[in-house]
Design a protein around this ligand. Structure first.
Ligand code: RNT
Ligand code: ZN
Length: 417
């Protein structure tokens, strides 16, 4: 793309936005500060390195068989760096416990230690990334349908141990990188068919969480992720939204909002302002559910736009951790990272460019026609010229220019795997 052209369009956009009272430079500065937490699991269809040939379980599925997925730690790191070279800004990497550097040995979930993640910490530092973390309850012989809520003491304690160790690893990461590591806890616990013990499993989960969170740490932050249902666990999810909302509000824990974990007509955007009043921060898993929690690649759709706008309107960018969570195995996986990340950033940019002062003035004066008219007109303001400039400034491809780059990497690297 001709630099000239991008600059010309940008200058016009700056003037156009000034007419509605929006400072484009300020929006660019704010966007620069937004770090996404990139999910490591898009690169290899959630396989991990504990048992890469094992089956993905726990009610989640990566469908498709596009060739070239990362088969080991080196390939995964290489792919992530490739992806981030097409995403403007500085970002974080979100690891799952099964992605440790296990050196070819089998390390069970109740044996993981910070040392298994040391090379990740060093690598992240070298590449100017901070790490986030997740305990992994799925894809293990002891996963079954119940982990932290399992009435069997031995199994439940195994998962408690795993989760406690995951928190210790997160703390070590937080210390190493001098920035808190956000640790997400999602378990798939549930039931395929009607259960007559809803309360019992939730009591057990609450007890397990109380034990897990008894250790206080200063360099990691906990978040707990609810879900509506999973494949094979359609009738009951122990960790439902009500459950974690209650637990989080009472125990001052962040609740993770995965955009695929609610009824399809439920607005996740509307939850932001409610949660902010009762929980310390928010963790997001930005995804794109199609008919169910399908984890399609995030796009710049109304749901994601609404979410970004609600965060910006609530002045909550410093309280919301923005993670991505999708896994599409049917298209180029590096391309999937780039599309979803850039789409999320575009949504935040549009949110930051909203003529909010004027809109709020209309609302304060009960000028509802004017409010709706400006909301509609602002959809067509030249935000894309600002986005192009943001990419140019950050030295990443402008517009669709990343397509041939990714095609090249596919031919030269991933297709040869
Ligand atoms: C599953 C949850 C969870 C996982 C990751 C891999 O429905 O969204 O966050 O996607 O932990
Ligand atoms: Zn999620």
């Amino acid at each position: 793309m001709k630099e000239e052209l991008v600059k010309k369009a940008y200058d016009i956009a700056v003037e156009r936005y000034a007419a509605v009272g929006v400072d484009v430079n300020k929006a660019m500065e704010d966007l620069q500060k937004i770090s996404l937490s990139l999910h490591c699991w898009q690169a290899d269809d959630v396989a991990g390195f504990e048992n890469p040939d094992g089956e993905l379980s726990g009610g989640i599925q990566a469908t498709g068989n596009h060739p070239g997925k990362a088969r080991n730690l080196e390939e995964l790191r290489q792919d992530i760096l490739k992806a981030t070279s097409y995403i403007p800004g500085t970002h974080r990497l979100n690891l799952h416990a099964i992605y440790g550097d296990f050196g070819g040995k089998f390390v069970d979930r109740n044996e993981i230690e910070p040392k298994h993640f040391e090379s990740w910490m060093q690598w992240a530092k070298e590449n100017n990334m901070k790490l986030d973390f997740n305990s992994t309850s799925f894809s293990h012989p002891k996963s079954g349908s119940l982990t932290l809520a399992n009435p069997d003491d031995e199994i439940r304690n195994f998962w408690i141990e795993h989760t406690e160790r995951s928190r210790a690893i997160s703390e070590a990461m937080g210390i190493y990188q001098d920035s808190p590591c956000v640790m997400n806890l999602w378990i798939h616990d549930g039931s395929k068919d009607i259960t007559v013990n809803r309360l019992r499993y939730r009591e057990l989960l609450k007890e397990s969480l109380d034990k897990i969170f008894a250790t206080k740490y200063d360099h990691m932050k906990d978040c707990i992720e609810a879900k509506l249902f999973g494949i094979g666990a359609e009738s009951y999810t122990v960790g439902s939204y009500d459950f974690y909302l209650g637990y989080g509000a009472k125990n001052n824990k962040m609740v993770t909002l995965d955009t695929g974990h609610f009824h399809l007509t439920e607005s996740v955007a509307d939850k932001i302002s409610a949660l902010l009043l009762f929980t310390p921060e928010i963790m997001l898993h930005v995804s794109r559910p199609i008919r169910w929690d399908s984890d399609h690649v995030t796009t710049m759709n109304d749901d994601t736009l609404d979410l970004a706008k609600e965060i910006v309107r609530s002045n909550a960018l410093n309280k919301v951790n923005i993670g991505l969570d999708y896994f599409d195995a049917s298209i180029n996986r590096i391309g999937a990272y780039v599309i979803g990340s850039r789409a999320t950033q575009k949504c935040f940019l549009q949110a930051l460019l909203e003529p909010i002062a004027q809109l709020r003035e209309y609302e304060a004066n009960n000028q509802w026609f004017e409010r709706l008219a400006l909301l509609e007109e602002s959809k067509g303001l030249p935000w894309n010229a600002v986005w192009d400039m943001f990419c140019l400034k950050n030295n990443v491809p402008v517009g669709e220019e990343f397509i041939p780059e990714i095609q090249k990497y596919e031919q030269e690297v991933t297709f040869k795997r």
